[in-house]
Design a protein around this ligand. Structure first.
Ligand code: AMP
Length: 143
């Protein structure tokens, strides 16, 4: 939990500011994004305030993950969107503006003009193996 002033999303959780809530349980809340990239753009948040994903406890992450498929189905069904981007900006450099972890569910339609640059690169010789080894080690021994 943050000792600083509560995030705008914590203020939605507490009911201090309004939102169009679509789902709520003991751990998570989902509501319409106030500035939708498309109608039906939903945000899913943990009720507890964690700035970025690396700070989220595993049980809270599990609560978020548990509801995601249901939310995706509901958003697709309500909007008729044949696809959805599930997006989580993590850290200011990635475009995160509200420092309270959230997943965007953005309904997509063919030719909707949404999207972002996706320019695949290539690994230099040995680079992928080095990263694989670093990541494997960190994930085996997270301390
Ligand atoms: P991000 O850039 O990933 O941090 O996204 C923050 C999102 O929060 C933006 O899409 C905003 O439109 C949305 N947002 C900010 N304030 C509110 C609010 N009071 N109610 C609903 N959505 C909000």
């Amino acid at each position: 939990m943050s000792a600083a002033s509560p995030s705008v999303f914590s203020r939605i959780v507490s009911g201090e500011i309004p939102a169009h809530k679509v789902y709520e349980d003991a751990h998570v809340l989902a509501f319409l994004d106030v500035g939708p990239l498309a109608p039906g753009h939903v945000l899913l948040i943990p009720k507890g305030e964690f700035a970025t994903m690396d700070a989220v406890p595993e049980d809270v992450a599990a609560a978020l993950g548990r509801v995601l498929p249901r939310l995706v189905r509901a958003v697709q069904s309500a909007t008729g969107a044949p696809g959805i981007n599930v997006l989580q900006n993590n850290g200011k450099v990635s475009g995160q503006e509200v420092m309270h972890v959230h997943f965007h569910l953005i309904p997509r339609q063919a030719g909707d003009g949404l999207g972002y640059r996706w320019n695949p690169g290539k690994y230099a010789p040995g680079e992928a193996e080095k990263l694989r080894d670093q990541l494997s080690l960190l994930l085996t021994d997270p301390a």
